[in-house]
Design a protein around this ligand. Structure first.
Ligand code: KET
Length: 451
C-alpha cells in the first residue's frame, strides 16, 4: 500500500519552494517596495500579513493529546497519550542514577561547554554501540560500525533516512502497519518513498506473521525495512525469537536492508541484553544494517534529546567513508549534537556501579508497567466488561493497543477525562494503582454503551 506521504510530494514541494525562492529573488526590488509601502502606511490587522494564507495545522496525533490534556481543568483527568513513564504518584521520574551522574558532571570544574564534534561525544557513541551490539560484538571489534550522536531517536531516524536517500540505491522504505505515527513523515521528508508491510492482525490482536512474510517477500530486492527492535509501538506485539530468525533469513536472502528503531531497549523484558537480541541476530550474520537508538524512555532523558545512529558496514573502510558522509548530513541540519544528555549517558555507561544501578531502576520501571497490565486486566474482569482482554497482559512494552475505536476513545475523553491517542493506544506507563479503577470504569462504559 502506498502511503500518503510520497517522495514525489516532497520533491514537488522542494521544487516549488525553489521556484518561489527564484521568483522572489528576481522580483526582489518590487517586493522591497511593497514592504516599504506597508511599513510606512502601517499594518491593518491580519490581512496584510505575508503569512495571511497560512492555514492552521492540526495538532500532532500523539503530542497533541498532551496539549488537550493540559487544557482540561478536571481534577480526575488522566493522560495516557504520550509514552512517558510516570510513578505510582503519577509524577514524571528522574532516575536516581541520572541525578548522580548530573551531580558528578556539575562538580567537575574542568568540564566546559565547547561544541562537540559533528559526530557527537565519541565515548557516548562507543558505549551506545556496545550497549546494543554487545560488549564482544565482532562488528565493533573489526571497526565496521560507525555511530554518530543525534537528536534522540527521531533525529537518528531522520539522519539515517537522509543518508539513505543520498547514498543508497533503493529509495523505498517499508514500515510496519501500524507503526509510530512519526515514521512516515520522518522518512518521506528525508527523501525516501514510504510503503507499508502487514504487521498486526486486529482479529487475533497479535502478529500477522504470514502477511509480514508475504509483504517483505514481494518487496523489491534491496528495499529498506524499518523494524522495531523491541516493544513495537503502538501494538505491543513483537515477533518471537523463532519468528525473528525467519524474518532475518528472508531479509538476507532478498538483500533487504534492516533499519532498526530502538526506542525501548530494556522496557520489553526489563533486561537490556534480552531486548537487544533481535538486533544482535542481524549483526551476527555479518550483514549490514542501520540502528536508531533513543535514551528518552530507558534512561528517562526525554527532553535531553539523546540518541545515536549506528550503521553496521561490512568493512572498516566502508564504515569510515559512511561516517564522513553522515557528517555532511548533520552539519547543515543541526551542526553538532548537544553535550549534556550524552555526557549523562556516558557517565553511567562507563561506570560499572552506575550501570548496575541503572539496570535496577530500569527493571523497576518495566515491572511497574507489567503490574499495571495485570491490574487493569483484573479490574475489567471484576466489572465483567464484555470481550477478551487478555491482550492487555500479553502485549509488551509501554503501550496497550486496546482495540477501542475512535468513538469509544472520544467518549472516554469527553465523559471520563481520559486522554489517549485515537487509535486506542494507552500508555501503561502513565497508569497507577489509584487511576486504574477510573480507567476500567471508562472502558467498561465505552464498551457497553456502544454494544
Ligand atoms: N521510535 C519509536 C518507536 C517511538 O515510539 C518514539 C517515541 C521514538 C522513536 C522517538 O523518540 P525520541 O523522543 O525522539 O527519542 N514515541 C513516543 C513519543 C513521541 O511520539 O514523540 C510516543 O509514541 O508516545
Amino acid at each position: 500500500m502506498e502511503h500518503k506521504f510520497d517522495i514525489s510530494d516532497v520533491t514537488n514541494r522542494r521544487l516549488s519552494t525553489l521556484a518561489r525562492h527564484l521568483e522572489v529573488s528576481t522580483m526582489e526590488s518590487s517586493v522591497n517596495e511593497g514592504l516599504y509601502a506597508s511599513i510606512t502606511s502601517g499594518f491593518d490587522g491580519n490581512s496584510n500579513s505575508v503569512f495571511a494564507h497560512v492555514v492552521k495545522a492540526p495538532e500532532d496525533p500523539i503530542l497533541g493529546v498532551t496539549v488537550a490534556y493540559n487544557n482540561d481543568p478536571s481534577p480526575v483527568k488522566l493522560n495516557l497519550g504520550v509514552g512517558a513513564y510516570r510513578t505510582e504518584e503519577g509524577k514524571p521520574l528522574v532516575l536516581n542514577v541520572v541525578r548522580r551522574a548530573e551531580q558528578q558532571l556539575v562538580n567537575d570544574r574542568s568540564r566546559v561547554k565547547e561544541y562537540l564534534p559533528i559526530t557527537g561525544l565519541a565515548e557516548f557513541n562507543k558505549l551506545s554501540a556496545k550497549l546494543m551490539f554487545g560488549a564482544d560484538s565482532p562488528a565493533i571489534k573489526e571497526n565496521r560500525v560507525t555511530t554518530v550522536q543525534c537528536l534522540s531517536g527521531t533525529g537518528s531516524l531522520r539522519v539515517g533516512g537522509e543518508f539513505l536517500a543520498r547514498h543508497y540505491h533503493e529509495r523505498t522504505i517499508y514500515i510496519p502497519q501500524p507503526t509510530w505515527g512519526n515514521h512516515p513523515k520522518i522518512f518521506s521528508l528525508a527523501g525516501l518513498s514510504v510503503k507499508t508491510y502487514r504487521y498486526y492482525d486486529p482479529a487475533t490482536r497479535g502478529l500477522n506473521f504470514q502477511g509480514l512474510l508475504e509483504d517483505l517477500g514481494s518487496a523489491p530486492s534491496g528495499a529498506v525495512v524499518l523494524l522495531h527492535a523491541c516493544a513495537h509501538n503502538p501494538t505491543g506485539v513483537d515477533p518471537t525469537i523463532q519468528q525473528w530468525e525467519k524474518i532475518r533469513q528472508l531479509m538476507r536472502s532478498k538483500r533487504l536492508l534492516p533499519f532498526f528503531d530502538s526506542a525501548y531497549q530494556g522496557f520489553a523484558s526489563g533486561n537490556l541484553d534480552t531486548d537487544a537480541k533481535p538486533v544482535r541476530m542481524f549483526v551476527a550474520d555479518g550483514g549490514e544494517c542501520l540502528l536508531a537508538q533513543s535514551y528518552a524512555k530507558n534512561m528517562g532523558l526525554y527532553g535531553e534529546r539523546v540518541g545515536a545512529l549506528s550503521i553496521v558496514c561490512n568493512t572498516a573502510d566502508v564504515a569510515n567513508r559512511v561516517e564522513s558522509q553522515l557528517k555532511l548530513v548533520t552539519r547543515p541540519m543541526f551542526s553538532n549534537p548537544p553535550i549534556h544528555g550524552a555526557s549523562i549517558v556516558a557517565t553511567i555507561l562507563r561506570d560499572r556501579n552506575m550501570y548496575d544501578e541503572w539496570t535496577v531502576e530500569l527493571k523497576a520501571m518495566a515491572e511497574r508497567i507489567i503490574s499495571m497490565r495485570q491490574k487493569l486486566f483484573d479490574a475489567l474482569q471484576t466489572r465483567g466488561t464484555p470481550g477478551d482482554w487478555s491482550h492487555i497482559i500479553k502485549q509488551i512494552g509501554m503501550f496497550t493497543f486496546t482495540g477501542l475505536n475512535k468513538e469509544q476513545v472520544a467518549f472516554m475523553t469527553k465523559e471520563y477525562h481520559i486522554y489517549m491517542t485515537s487509535d486506542g493506544r494507552i500508555s501503561m506507563a502513565g497508569l497507577s494503582s489509584k487511576t486504574i479503577p477510573h480507567l476500567a470504569d471508562a472502558m467498561h462504559a465505552a464498551v457497553t454503551r456502544t454494544l
